[in-house]
Design a protein around this ligand. Structure first.
Ligand code: NDP
Length: 350
């Protein structure tokens, strides 16, 4: 643990105890783009002071310490402290929110099993640390890929923490789908609702417009009036959303960073503070068995959030096309789960 640039302050009249937020991979690109906005109130709202715990690998510790100095220089009124850790137990001690961003990237020549195994090492340690010392209201969003399976794995190592507190980020996919629909319909993003992203945060994901509305009208009807029929949805919209990450790399020369950070902040903020009105968002959450997704599998669903709980939107009609797309993505999730199981990487909770 490094010396914090923030002195410890007593709590007392007029002071609120800060909420501890643990950010892993805090010196990485997405981590760096996330922590300043979290300190500015974009994570838990303008009334909740936070204390940041930055977890990093030894090689990136100095960079994280530099980030802590910059956070101090931000003079954020809501930021009551920053500490840098290499040890997961210390980093998650007392944490209420986990932004699990750090992960092992796929290196050239790496097989999928190698990637799952490398990340399982990271997420099992963090799951155990959460189980040992996190606050009772702990909740986490996993950003590091493969995000869904990493969330499943971390939860398996934290049997005393409710399973639904480990979620995976599919909010960036959701935002991409909303923005693409708005552009195609020549509408404002704020006029779009009812978009859903199902399945894995991978190319197999299914961004679904069948229940979406634009200005209160069915999106598919609005698109059809612009000569954008189901063929456009199938051959242009879905692949564009699912492969947007690759498009960003191609055009920008690097992977999505600020948009991923924004999505992670929105994911947690809506989870804690609630989705507005009846609006949907998409989150990777453990399945309750809805829509044929095996119970416990961390899959993206349309959800609404109230009182700190994300609820899968119930009772949606799925046409045959949607059913088969969801099934294909869920099959991939089951394969990932089987792979970590075969490697003996799951914790005591299955
Ligand atoms: P980034 O900050 O760019 O990405 C972090 C993770 O987010 C990657 O797994 C990346 O997956 C994933 N990700 C999820 N969604 C997206 C998206 N839509 N666009 C882009 N990325 C997405 O990686 P960096 O290499 O800059 O930083 C990683 C940091 O994590 C390093 O500082 C490293 O030291 C740290 N680390 C910390 C650990 C710990 O705290 N125990 C463990 C491992 C690493 P993908 O690679 O598939 O794009």
């Amino acid at each position: 643990m490094s010396a914090s640039p923030f002195p410890d302050r007593p709590t007392g009249p007029g002071r609120t105890v800060p909420t501890t937020v643990t950010v892993t991979g805090a010196a990485g690109q997405i981590g760096y783009a996330t922590v300043f906005r979290a300190a500015a109130g974009d994570l838990l709202g303008p009334d909740t002071p936070i204390r940041l715990h930055l977890l990093e690998l030894p090689a990136a510790r100095r960079a994280a310490e530099g980030t802590a100095l910059e956070l101090q220089d931000g003079a954020f009124p809501l930021l009551h402290g920053v500490e840098v850790f290499e040890d997961a137990d210390a980093a998650f001690d007392g944490a209420s929110v986990g932004l699990l961003i750090g992960a092992r990237p796929r290196a050239q020549g790496m097989e999928r099993a190698d990637l799952l195994e490398a990340n399982a090492g990271i997420f099992s340690v963090q799951g155990r640390a959460v189980n040992r010392g996190a606050a009772e209201d702990f909740r986490a969003v996993v950003v590091g890929n493969p995000a869904n399976t990493n969330a499943y794995l971390a939860a398996s190592h934290a049997p005393d923490v409710p399973r639904e507190r480990f979620t995976a980020l599919t909010r960036l996919d959701h935002h991409r789908a909303v923005a693409q629909l708005a552009a195609a319909a020549d509408a404002l993003v704020g006029e779009v609702d009812g978009v859903a992203v199902w399945g894995n945060h991978s190319a197999s994901q299914y961004p679904d417009l069948t229940h979406a509305t634009v200005g209160g009208r069915p999106a598919l009807e609005v698109l059809a009036e612009r000569d954008l029929g189901l063929e456009w949805v199938d051959s242009t919209f879905i692949p564009r959303v699912a492969r947007r990450g690759a498009e960003i790399i191609d055009v920008r020369g690097g992977s999505s960073v600020a948009s991923a950070a924004h999505a992670a902040l929105c994911h947690v903020r809506d989870w804690v503070l609630g989705t507005p009105g009846a609006a949907w968002t998409s989150m990777g959450v453990p399945s309750d068995g809805s829509y044929g997704v095996p119970e416990g599998l961390v899959s993206s669903f349309p959800v609404t959030c109230r009182d700190g709980r994300a609820r899968i939107v119930p009772g949606l009609e799925l046409d045959r096309f949607s059913g088969s797309r969801i099934e294909a993505s869920v099959r991939e999730l089951e394969e990932e789960r089987a792979a970590v199981q075969q490697l003996g990487l799951l914790g005591p909770r299955r």
